[in-house]
Design a protein around this ligand. Structure first.
Ligand code: PLP
Length: 380
């Protein structure tokens, strides 16, 4: 089978993990946790980084640090992986879903602006939803598939309406807008290092911020909020959300290869673009200001989605549909969904993700193109 996106463990992973095992530094304290955090700050330009057990935990903690609770609303795009919205629900808050832009597949900023202008009001510096009178405490842009929308514009809107920005940049390590890294625009940004991400630790996450107090607090509540270095005294309800040293060691090794991973993703994306656009297949658009990491190469095949998935699966080529839009999931059906043309649904009905591991073989890529040619030529 040609897999969708598998890890590329080909650097110093074994060496660094062996060191953890040999020295007994296997758990949530150790030099690799600190080193991994340092590498992420150096790479992204964020001032502080706090390693977490996964990206969902990073998002959950970021929301807690922004004082989001059950009385609040949080704006999020309608196309995302469920973890973004789950993390909002963990706090008790309710999501407001905004439809996505048909070109970039990211949150539609015109819709967002229109919503904020016409459906909210300001009371004592708090943005209230006019319909429910609930405060809109945060906005969580998600850099879907490693692409980015105009995050600068989004942050300006958030500032104008007094809303905190927490970036779900879990898929976008290495992506940039005007050379500034994904994750560094909001008050807090979150990354994921699960098995299919551009860089993996098996499971892992990271919070980045420029705010020292927030970083300190993030470390505190991800380690059970222990307030005394010796006695078991805890000053609030904390979480066991810290990344362990063994996994951070893998992360450090993976960081050494990140630039080459991104180069490879670009090479694969260019290959697909070159070979597939002639069939009318569309790719999400970027602008000159955007540099995307091409994490998961996803295409719009229009009406051919179901048949193409069937055809490629038969040939042992692993593909994946786009996430079902959040407003359609049973737990979120009652939530507000802001849209004009329900672009989320159209994309869901027509997009598939293609194999794009950073260690994919050239012959595999050629076989995939042959499979597409077979499909489209048979139809013609
Ligand atoms: C958009 C998005 N948000 C959040 C997450 C959660 O990350 P994790 O799986 O590390 O918890 C992921 C990845 O799985 C994701 O793709």
């Amino acid at each position: 089978m040609i897999p969708l996106s598998v890890p590329n463990i080909s650097g110093n992973e074994w060496k660094y993990v062996k060191e953890c095992l040999d020295t007994n530094w296997v758990s949530s304290v150790g030099k690799y946790v600190d080193l991994f955090e340092q590498k992420i700050t150096e790479y992204t330009g964020a001032k502080y980084a706090v390693a977490t057990s996964n990206g969902t935990a990073a998002l959950h903690v970021s929301l807690l640090l922004s004082d989001v609770n059950e009385n609040h609303l949080v704006i999020v795009p309608n196309i995302t992986f469920i973890a973004s919205v789950n993390s909002i629900r963990y706090t008790g808050a309710s999501p407001i879903f905004i439809d996505v832009c048909p070109k970039t597949w990211q949150m539609d900023l015109d819709l967002l602006e229109d919503y904020l202008k016409n459906k909210t009001r300001q009371v004592d510096g708090v943005c209230l939803c006019r319909e429910t009178n609930k405060p809109i405490k945060a906005i969580m842009p998600v850099h879907v598939l490693g692409n980015m929308g105009d995050i600068e514009k989004l942050c300006e809107l958030a500032k104008k309406y007094n809303i905190t920005v927490i970036e779900d940049s879990t898929e976008a390590l290495g992506s940039r807008f005007k050379k500034k890294h994904a994750g560094t625009f909001g008050k807090l940004g979150c990354f994921s290092f699960n098995g299919n991400k551009i860089l993996t630790t098996g499971g892992g996450g990271m919070i980045v911020t420029d705010d020292k107090a927030l970083a300190t607090k993030a470390k505190h509540i991800t380690t059970q909020a222990k307030s005394d270095s010796f006695e078991y005294i805890h000053d609030e309800v904390g979480y066991n959300y810290r990344l362990v040293n063994i996994l951070a060691a893998i992360g450090v090794a993976q960081m050494e290869m990140l630039p080459s991973f991104i180069d490879k993703k670009h090479e694969v994306a260019e290959f697909y673009k070159d070979k597939l656009t002639k069939f009318g297949i569309q790719f999400p658009e970027t602008t000159k200001e955007m540099f995307q990491n091409n994490w998961l190469i996803t295409i719009n095949v229009g009406e051919h989605k179901v048949k193409l998935i069937e055809h490629l699966t038969k040939l042992n080529i692993q593909v994946r549909p786009l996430w079902k839009p959040m407003n359609q999931l049973s737990m979120f059906k009652q939530c507000n969904y802001v849209n004009n043309d329900n672009i989320s649904q159209a994309l869901y009905e027509s997009c598939i993700s293609l194999p794009c591991s950073t260690n994919i073989k050239k012959t595999d890529l050629q076989d995939i193109i042959v499979a597409f040619e077979q499909y489209y030529n048979k139809r013609l």
